[in-house]
Design a protein around this ligand. Structure first.
Ligand code: NDP
Length: 318
């Protein structure tokens, strides 16, 4: 396994990280979820991503992940959580107010069974809360040792710049992690978010690097999604609709042909592709089976030749 620094922090995270959205605490049976976490540890993954809303009910995924992690020394892994999305119907059951962030972090610590989380993310930007309130709440949690580092997910360049400027002005702990969507089919962060974060010492932990499984090549144009896949699972398949379109699947077939020419699986090529950027600290994958963890970890250390990168750009019209 390769380990990379998270932005300019001293924290080292595995190039491949394991997440739990739509899997653990949702449709993946608990023993299989635990087997995925154990396989990840065995193969050198030290970075496990979670959120208060992952799972069939709030904190459900954290409970599953926490039980699996309990076997390992606390210092050997990095575990994350997030807050923003609604966890109930009440007016304070969402957002980035001081009340919601601090209340949710407490519940996340209990669900995970840990004294601190390594990285806390603002799961989205909250236009209804004054940014200073959010940043001060995070700073207090860091000072109390309940979270060690902080980041944001899918903030716009303006929101990131405002956040960093305020943290500097107020002398608060600075963000070190950005968690955006990034894969060969979604390159929106390349123009502004990546350079801005690089200037501010913020590393990228990119989610859905496999396009929720599409960039493994298992979804074929004109065919039904394979049995047991996310695309064929009623509870979660709606999240994949953006990818299961014939135009996209045709492009994926062409990408798979490039991977074969370089003796790679498409999954490995897709992960090596996001990791080609030094600004990317971890490629954050999901896995519904331990075999997927095994396959995905093989991408760490793969360097794609310039020629392959050019072919990929040509197919994607980039
Ligand atoms: P991926 O693009 O890695 O897709 C993961 C899914 O693809 C797996 O659950 C599995 O689904 C399938 N898969 C994975 N590896 C293979 C393989 N080798 N061969 C075949 N199929 C494979 O990422 P996700 O979209 O799941 O996101 C990863 C993590 O990122 C999440 O768990 C979460 O922690 C984080 N995330 C954060 C978000 C945010 O807003 N901050 C949003 C989304 C995700 P199956 O077997 O069921 O088909």
């Amino acid at each position: 396994m390769e380990y990379r620094r998270l932005g300019k922090s001293g924290l080292k995270v595995s190039a491949i990280a394991l997440g739990s959205w739509l899997t653990y605490g949702t449709v993946t049976e608990e023993r299989t979820a635990e087997a995925c976490v154990h396989k990840a540890f065995e193969l050198g993954i030290n970075h496990f991503d979670c959120a208060n809303v992952y799972g069939a009910e709030p904190h459900a995924a954290e409970r599953v992940l926490g039980r699996a992690l309990r076997e390992y020394p606390r210092e050997s892994y990095v575990v994350t959580t997030k807050a923003f999305w609604p966890v109930g119907a009440g007016p304070n059951d969402r957002g980035l107010s001081r009340k919601h962030i601090i209340g949710e972090v407490e519940k996340s610590l209990t669900a995970l069974g840990v004294d601190y989380v390594d990285i806390f993310y603002c799961h989205r930007f909250d236009p209804e809360t004054d940014l200073e309130e959010t940043l001060r709440a995070i700073d207090d949690l860091i000072t109390q040792g309940k979270i060690l580092y902080a980041g944001f997910s899918e903030w716009s360049p303006v929101q990131i710049a405002d956040g960093v400027r305020l943290q500097k002005e107020l002398g608060l702990h600075r963000f070190v992690a950005s968690q955006p969507l990034y894969n060969m089919l979604n390159r929106g962060i390349e123009a502004e978010v990546i350079p801005l974060c690089a200037r501010e010492g913020i590393g990228q932990v990119v989610f859905s690097p496999l396009g929720q499984g599409v960039l493994t090549g298992k979804y074929r144009p004109g065919q039904q999604p394979p049995a047991g896949s996310r695309g064929a699972t009623p509870e979660v398949q709606a999240f994949m609709r953006r990818y299961l379109q014939s135009e996209i699947l045709q492009k994926v077939e062409e990408l798979a042909a490039v991977a074969r020419r370089y003796d790679l699986t498409l999954a490995r090529m897709a992960l090596a592709w996001v990791l080609r950027l030094p600004e990317v600290s971890s490629a954050l994958v999901g896995a519904s089976r331990p075999e997927q963890v095994e396959e995905n970890v093989k991408a760490a250390g793969v360097v794609l030749p310039e020629e392959a990168l050019r072919e990929i750009d040509r197919i994607l019209g980039a």
